[in-house]
Ligand binder design. Structure first.
Ligand SMILES: *[C@@H]1O[C@H](CO)[C@@H](O)[C@H](O)[C@H]1NC(C)=O
Ligand SMILES: *[C@@H]1O[C@H](CO)[C@@H](O)[C@H](O)[C@H]1NC(C)=O
Ligand SMILES: *[C@@H]1O[C@H](CO)[C@@H](O)[C@H](O)[C@H]1NC(C)=O
Ligand SMILES: *[C@@H]1O[C@H](CO)[C@@H](O)[C@H](O)[C@H]1NC(C)=O
Length: 499
């Protein structure tokens, strides 16, 4: 049957908010650090729109990697999964597009479909995908133990990519003159930029979509962009909408100040009485998560968008009641227990679908990226979700003190160059609606680091396949990427001839 050849159908923002609380241990409200793109593969009913056939014709293999590339005395290994999609590959010397996996299982659909696949087809290129260590099937049974997580870092993953790059060239019998382009989105976008910057002899160029290359512990900019996006008419937001959202949240704050916590508990039907400050912060985090996801994964259709829909719900005489309705739809109470959340974060049971324990470990040890809502910013939500709340995750989940987090975030920026790196041939692709753009490169930098900054688009929007109904800014952005990548491939051919 035709439909069976297409993998997991698109999981759009709408289904994200329904499923995420069940699928991810931290729930959608606490999932703000989860940056998976809004589509993972193409709906079979939409295939006619794209110039792609519906059979990915991919296969996978495993490569045995050292657990620690930088300490030869550690004699531990793991098997890393990779994907091969060779149906467009014209000859053993044609280009190779290396798709970097993110902080999750890497599925064939993600490797085989998308804008990069269309470019691969146009250039007769091979597509390879490498799953990130410690996620999906690229981990071990002990992978969630703290003693193992020490081998989980962006530097180790870049070294994995280097080993894989050399391995694949041999394994697939390449001519050795192939031009390699590395591609990724979100955290994997940052990895893709860093791989080009740190290993320029291994890949010729990089497309880094929605890449938060600047690490930051207190990532206030995230919710500032969320507020700006909800005010943006391009996605059916408005100043009036922002005012309504603020009004709803400030009523909760006023009630709390006035000692009416019990009424909040009753209205929102939380399972806990929220007298523990971290429970209240967890509640605040869940509440703002709905709005954060809508901006990050904003989905536009006809005259509406995820942002527009939430605005419609909020622009009513009593925005507080709108929040109540949104958060308390049923008869079961909402679990906002911080203790229960930590239990999930500390669970070391092996599960190839799990990603939260690993990803939060990475935030505590390298990136921060904590989406706070501080009073002194334009954040629309409760001024509760602060840096100390996230530091309590690092402490409770892994016994990592806040001073270590701050030190490691500084190291990450010193090591990679934050949003002012030096190097050549990287495209940083971002969207104005995507809150993560605040940590990316939004201007061309010297020596050929390019920025494509699109009006009205969200997280990793460019990575989906070309859709004839896409907004003009997105179409123009993709075209720009195609032009630059074609230019690189031509330049590489010229350089080979002159050798
Ligand atoms: C990944 O791991 C799961 C669970 O161990 C297994 O069922 C599945 O077949 C594996 N997938 C691949 C492609 O190896
Ligand atoms: C969008 O709204 C305009 C004006 O309200 C209307 O004319 C148009 O048909 C709508 N388009 C869609 C796709 O709903
Ligand atoms: C807001 O206050 C926090 C501490 O409460 C501080 O870390 C941050 O830098 C301040 N942000 C701005 C934009 O002033
Ligand atoms: C991190 O860098 C910032 C800015 O350069 C500096 O103010 C701070 O003291 C550093 N923190 C640590 C823990 O190194």
């Amino acid at each position: 049957m035709k439909a069976t050849t297409v993998l997991a159908v698109v999981c759009v923002a709408a289904c994200l908010s329904i499923h995420a609380s069940a699928l991810s241990p931290f729930g959608v409200g606490r999932s703000q650090l989860h940056k998976k793109r809004w589509w993972s593969s193409v709906d079979v009913n939409d295939l006619h729109k794209y110039h792609l056939d519906d059979d990915p014709q991919g296969y996978f293999g495993y490569l045995t990697q050292p657990m620690d590339h930088f300490d030869p005395l550690i004699n531990k290994h793991f098997n890393q999964r990779y994907w091969v999609v060779d149906k467009y590959w014209k000859s053993k010397s044609h280009p190779v597009f290396l798709y970097e996996g993110e902080e999750a299982e890497l599925e064939l659909g993600e490797v085989a479909y998308g804008h990069h696949a269309e470019m691969a087809q146009a250039h007769g290129a091979l597509i390879l995908g490498l799953e990130h260590r410690f996620y999906g099937n690229s981990t071990t049974k002990e992978g969630l133990l703290l003693s193992e997580l020490q081998y989980l870092s962006s530097q180790q993953q870049l070294a994995d990519l280097a080993v894989f790059r050399v391995f694949a060239e041999k394994k697939l019998g390449m001519s050795g003159t192939n031009t390699w382009i590395v591609i990724g989105g979100s955290y994997a976008g940052a990895l893709s930029a860093w791989f080009r910057l740190k290993y320029p002899h291994l890949v010729y160029g990089s497309v880094a979509s929605s890449a938060p290359v600047r690490a930051q512990a207190n990532f206030e900019g995230y919710n500032e962009v969320v507020a700006a996006s909800f005010a943006d008419p391009i996605v059916f937001g408005s100043e009036k909408c922002v005012a309504s959202i603020r009004q709803g949240f400030s009523k909760i704050e006023q009630m709390k100040q006035a000692g009416q916590l019990a009424q909040i508990v009753k209205d929102f039907n939380t399972c806990q009485d929220m007298t523990d400050p971290n429970d209240f912060k967890t509640f605040a985090s869940d509440l703002q998560g709905t709005f954060m996801s809508a901006a990050q994964y904003n989905y536009i259709e006809g005259n509406s968008s995820s942002i527009g829909t939430l605005c419609q719900q909020m622009m009513v005489p009593d925005p507080y009641q709108a929040l109540v309705k949104m958060f308390n739809p049923g008869s079961t109470c909402s679990d906002v227990s911080f203790k229960d959340f930590l239990k999930l974060l500390t669970d070391v049971t092996f599960d190839p679908g799990a990603m939260s324990r690993q990803w939060f470990y990475q935030t505590c040890t390298q990136f921060g990226y904590y989406q706070t809502c501080d009073k002194n910013t334009t954040c629309m939500f409760l001024p509760e979700v602060d840096l100390d709340y996230y530091f309590a995750w690092c402490k409770g989940g892994y016994n990592i003190p806040s001073s270590d987090v701050l030190e490691q975030v500084n190291f990450t920026n010193a090591y990679y160059g934050a949003d002012n790196p030096r190097g050549t041939r990287v495209i940083f692709v971002d969207g104005t609606i995507d809150p993560w753009h605040a940590l990316s490169v939004l201007k061309d930098l010297p020596e050929g680091l390019k920025s494509v900054f699109m009006k009205g688009t969200s997280h990793c929007a460019d990575m989906a396949p070309n859709d004839p109904d896409a907004p003009p800014a997105l179409k123009a952005g993709r075209l720009e990427i195609e032009k630059i990548v074609s230019g690189w491939l031509m330049q590489a051919e010229m350089e080979k001839k002159h050798k």
